[in-house]
Every structure is written in C-alpha cells, then in structure tokens.
Design a binder for this molecule. Sequence first.
Ligand SMILES: Cc1cc2nc3c(=O)[nH]c(=O)nc-3n(C[C@H](O)[C@H](O)[C@H](O)COP(=O)(O)OP(=O)(O)OC[C@H]3O[C@@H](n4cnc5c(N)ncnc54)[C@H](O)[C@@H]3O)c2cc1C
Length: 413
Amino acid sequence: MKTQRADAVVIGGGAAGLLASALLAERGIDTLLIEPNKSLGKKLRITGKGRCNLTNNCDNKQFMENVPCNGKFLYSSLSKFGTADAMSFFERIGVPLKTERGNRVFPVSDSASDVANALERFGRQQGIKRLYKRVTALKAVDNELTRVIAEDTEIICKAAILCTGGASYPGTGSTGDGYALAEALGHTVISPRPSLVPLISDDDYCLEMQGFSLRNVTLHVLDENNKLVFEELGEMLFTHFGVSGPLVLSASSHMRDYSKHKYRLSIDLKPGLTEQQLDDRILRDFKKYSNREFQNALCDLEGRMMIPVLVRLSGIPEDTKVNSITKKQRQELVRLFKDFPVNVVEPCPVSDAIITSGGINIREIDPKTMSSKLIKGLYFAGEIIDVDAYTGGFNLQIAWSTAYTAAKSVEID
Ligand SMILES: Cc1cc2nc3c(=O)[nH]c(=O)nc-3n(C[C@H](O)[C@H](O)[C@H](O)COP(=O)(O)OP(=O)(O)OC[C@H]3O[C@@H](n4cnc5c(N)ncnc54)[C@H](O)[C@@H]3O)c2cc1C
C-alpha cells in the first residue's frame, strides 16, 4: 500500500467536489481531490441536455418551495451561498450567465462543459492535487477520521468531504459508493429512490405510440382518491415502457410514495379549449369529413400515431360513418381528449433517474457546517445527502451551497 498525505481530501470530482476542493485550496489548505474518472464533472457535463441549468434566479422562499424533501436542512447553507452568490461566483470564474423561462440560469454559451472546465481551471489555479482512483474505505480512530483508502493508496488526512453523489446515471461514476463508505462509519442511509424519472405503464398503447411526443398538453397526476398531486402544461412523450419527457420527469418527483398511493395520469390533449369549444371543433371536422369513416376523420385534431388509440378508446367502431355518430358518442370523445388516461405501475429504476432521492440521514449532519455528527473530520456535500428538489437548477444549487458550506467549515489545526 502506498502512502500519501493531504490536509483535506475531497472524494468525488462532480459538481460538489469540484467546487469544494477549489474553495478548500483557495483557503490555503493542502487539498487532494480523488475521482476515478479521467474526466472530472462527467455528470455536470451532461446536465440540462448539455446546457447546464446551474441554478435558479429566485429568492430563498421560492427555492424552498422547490425542495419537497428536507428543505429546512438547507436554510443555513443557502444563506451562506445562495443562488445570487452562485451566479456571481460563476461569472467571476469566467462563465457569463443568462436567465431563461422559469428563472432557470444557464451559461450564455449553452455549454455545460464550459461550467465544468471553469471549475476545473479554478481548482487548478488554487493548486489542488488530484488522484484518479476510487475510494474504497474511510478509516476513523476514536470517531475521528484519519485515513482515506483509494485502491492501493492510503491517504493520511485531517478532514474529508464525501461528495460521491447519488446512484443515478452510474455511467457517469455516481454509483452510490458513498452510501456504503458512510455506513461503514456508522451513518444511516435513507434508502435511495428515483426522482425526476420516466414512468412505467401497463397500458399497451404506450408501446404502440412509442416515440410520439405531445406538445402543449396539460398533465395531471391523481392519486387513488382522485386527489390532484401535480398539474402542469408542457411536453411529454410515449415510450416502449410508458411515458417520459420534461412534464413526466417533473411529475414523478411529486409521486413520492408508491407503497401508500396508486397514481394515475390524465392528459388534457387540448388544454386551450373548453369541452364546449372542443365539441364545436369536432363537429366542424365531422361536417368537413361527413362521408368518411370515423378512423379517418380525426386527422386535423391529433397526430397520426395517436389516432388509432383514440379511436379504440372512444368505443366508437372505427368504420362508423362520421355522419352517424351520435351526440353522446361525440361527448365521450371530447372527454377522452380532455382526460386521456395512462395508468402508472411504477417509476423506472434509480439508475435511470435524473436525481436520487434519499441518502445520508440529515439528522446525522450539522446543517451549519455539513459535518458529520458521528465522525470528527468527515463532511458531506451534494446529492449524497437526503435532500432533493424539482427541476429548474435547484439540484445543482444544492450541490453548490452544501459544497461551499463544507469547504468553509473544514478545520485543520
Ligand atoms: C441527465 C442529467 C441532467 C441533469 N440536469 C440538471 C440540471 O440541468 N440542473 C440541475 O440542477 N441538476 C441537474 N441534474 C442533477 C445534477 O447533475 C446532480 O444533482 C449533481 O450533479 C450532483 O452533484 P454531486 O457532486 O453531488 O454528484 P455527481 O455530480 O454525481 O458527482 C459525484 C462524483 O463522485 C465520483 N465518485 C463516486 N464514487 C466514488 C468513489 N468511490 N471514489 C471517488 N469518487 C467517486 C463520481 O465519479 C462522480 O464524479 C441532472 C442530472 C442528470 C443525470
């Protein structure tokens, strides 16, 4: 076993680890960043469809409304390094920013790699050391961290920040290792669950319509008591297993407990029209195509891939002549357009999720410093902590705020 020394070790070169290591080194602390990937910030580079929605230009109250799980834990770190601080920091290290719809903040260049490269450059300028290995164990003596083991190398250190992320998109390196590393030192882990994730349906028509996108539809999520859990206008798509797309990912983070609830999706395919207006519109089309069969009369209303499914679910035989469709049948069709059902069985696995919900129990972390309440010298930052948010740049801001707090709190005597 080789031996190395560093005052502080940062485990994981993702969003949180890149920022934490640079800020530690900026304080003049001898810092070693350990990451198994040759390329740092691998996940960061694919965020926001390669554009990186790095924060949200909102105040702390709005921020909290977007953190459904353990938001209060973040009060202190957000007050130390909030969204405005993150924006000025990134501008300072050479990433000009712009704010888009929903206060989402992106680099002007629309390049997530620019964000990762700027963080990497900033860290290099501060003089961080790097080790491209996988951390396999943390060692403590009398509840005080003393060593980090990375494969064949033992690092003697005074503090370590664990920033190994969640268990989503394991191809980026976030394989959930940090949970076991922390558990071995006595921490408890709230079991990792998928959030911001595509949904699996047992309705076979999803497969039939795979690849078909819906734009400007309103997605409703209802529970078994018909209680509205989510409602938003946007885009979604059908896949071979169910549904995906921005609306579905957002909806999934509101569907938090499948053991207690059964969820159902209802899609309003024509949210811009009332039932009456839609009925008038269908009547107009039926007049226009009065001699056609029903299956050939919906072409102005919906995409080609969806028509056979709508026809089947409407209960109106496909070869019915349009001029013989009754008012009652038409009203059922209107209802189908306004309430197109998709039954949800379960979310896709955590590996396919944008975010891992769950993680290190927040009761075991001091929210003012991100330090472990069990092991002196151990700190946490980023997605490994049991906090998660909706889409809009909030999850990366959680990584920035917790990384900043940890890096500023590390004490080296
Ligand atoms: C496709 C996609 C798009 C996203 N888009 C956005 C977005 O636009 N805006 C937003 O706010 N959020 C977005 N997110 C979420 C965001 O990327 C994460 O919340 C964020 O990256 C978490 O940062 P982190 O540093 O905690 O973890 P990560 O970025 O996952 O980094 C963890 C690092 O730890 C390393 N590691 C793991 N195990 C070990 C080990 N044993 N030893 C050493 N190193 C280890 C990994 O290799 C990895 O580099 C997106 C996520 C995905 C998957």
